[in-house]
Every structure is written in C-alpha cells, then in structure tokens.
Design a protein around this ligand. Structure first.
Ligand SMILES: [Zn+2]
Ligand SMILES: [Zn+2]
Length: 271
C-alpha cells in the first residue's frame, strides 16, 4: 500500500498569508518516504499528523515560490538528524537550488552539504527512489524551471501537476496515471495566467485516453476557496466521470492493488 497524506491544500499568496487553508504540501509513504512541496507549515503539520520528518528519505520541490519551498531548509535539517548526518535526496527545480534573477536559492550551501544527493532534473529524466521511479514532467509557470512528476509504482502511477498553465502536452505526460494530484487554483470562468482552473481540468480529463481513477484538487487559491471547491469538484466529477476529491490538511489517500481509499486524519493532541 502507498499512503499519501496532505499537510495542507492551500496555494497562492492570499491563502498562504492568511492560512485560510494550510500550505504544508504532502507526504508520500511508499518504499521510501517522500515529502512534496514543503510550503509554510510543513514541519509543524508533519508532527501534527505523526509523520516523523526525521524518517524522510527525499524531498521534492516543484519551484521557488514560497508556498512550495518555505520549509525546505528545516525539513532538510529534520531528514538529516539536525544536519548531523549526511542523508537524503533533494529533487528540485533549478530555481530552488541555484536561485534566479528575482530569487536567492531556497536552500543554503550548508543544507546542500548535508544531503546525500541533489538533483535538478529536466522533464523526461528519471530518478529512482527505492522501488519507485520518478519521471520528471514539464510545467508552464512564471518560474520557468518548475517541474512536476509521475511516480511509477507497483500499484500504478501517481502524477503531480504543480502550478502550471494548461497545455496540451500535459495529457501525454500524465495520461493513464491512477492518481492525479493537480494544482487547480481557480474556479470556473476565473482562470489566470500560469495556473489551472476547473475549466482547464475538465479540458484535460476529457481528452485523456485513460483517465485517472481519482483526481485530487490541490493548491486551492482564495477565489477557489470562496467559490466552494466541493461544488467545483462535483461539477468536474459530473462532467468527466472522474472521482474527484478536494485535498485538505489530514486528508489521506491509500493506494492498493484493487482499490483506492480515502480518509481524513485527526490531528494528534499536543501537551
Ligand atoms: Zn503556488
Ligand atoms: Zn508558483
């Protein structure tokens, strides 16, 4: 079984600064433990849902926007036992590791030095992670080095489409994945550049030859939050026939051979 646990579902600047929805990214427990897009709150929320970040094997960061990379350094410290042992893998966009014209790197040399390996792959590259393999996929976002992935597992594929405009090639990269996690930031009729809306998701799913078994809408922006994302999910499900869920803090997806189950975890109590 593979478990995917969301430590938030928020995205975009206004949801991030208000924390109307938490922005911690998500965790995949397969043969290795992978953390994806550790935005603000990733460390705190990991502990809240008993996902010990010291047990991480790898961290994936799609791009150098604060809602995706804010907690990266502290998560590396956790993965490396307080930066005391060389351990773990970082797979990230070039902008995260090297910075760009507008941004410093999201990770210091000190943190890079305690990692066992660092990858800044191109779309089409494959990276082995235990028994799984990550195929790196392209995006069209305001950070031009943004990357997504398609994780190949014995239970079928898990696709992650982070911040991107919709473009036709997305179909080819993600067609046939069993679980599709996508940043669908905007509701119907309210699309903006560099992000996907409900309309884009409909277009994408309608044109897929083999549709996913489940779609998980993630990266809920402020307009989507107030448009009622559950209504948008229902619409999407009705029009495309694909079972659609809205991610939220504590939402867990369990991928098995014959079925996909979901549940919402309760946060651990703190003293
Ligand atoms: Zn974002
Ligand atoms: Zn972004």
């Amino acid at each position: 079984m593979i478990e995917i646990t969301f430590l938030g579902s928020g995205g975009g600047r206004f949801i991030t600064i208000t924390q109307f929805r938490s922005t911690g990214g998500f965790h995949i427990r397969a043969s290795k433990n992978l953390y994806v897009d550790p935005g603000p709150g990733a460390l705190v929320r990991s502990w809240r849902y008993k996902l010990d970040p010291r047990r991480l094997d790898a961290i994936f960061v799609s791009h150098r926007h604060v809602d995706h990379c804010n907690d990266l350094e502290v998560m590396i410290e956790a993965m490396t036992g307080g930066a005391l042992k060389r351990r773990g893998t970082l797979i990230a966009s070039k902008s995260v590791v090297y910075g760009d014209e507008a941004h410093t790197p999201a990770v210091s040399g000190y943190h890079i030095d305690v990692l066992e390996s660092v990858h800044t792959p191109e779309p089409g590259n494959k990276i082995a992670l235990g028994e799984e393999e990550l195929l790196i996929t392209p995006c069209q976002h305001s950070d031009p080095t943004t990357i997504g992935f398609r994780m190949e597992t014995v239970y079928g594929d898990i696709s992650y489409i982070p911040d991107t405009a919709y473009f036709e090639d997305l179909l080819r990269w993600h067609d046939g994945s069993r679980v599709l996690i996508a940043a669908i930031t905007r509701p119907r009729d309210m699309g903006i550049p560099y992000h996907m809306s409900t309309d884009d998701a409909v277009e994408m799913l309608k044109n897929m030859r083999k549709k996913p078994e489940v779609l998980i809408m993630n990266h809920i922006g402020m307009k989507m939050h107030f448009a009622n994302p559950y209504k948008e999910a229902k619409y999407l499900e009705t029009v495309t026939g694909v079972k659609t869920y809205i991610a939220k803090e504590g939402f867990k997806v369990m991928l098995k051979n014959d079925e996909i189950n979901v549940r919402t975890m309760r946060p651990a109590r703190f003293v």
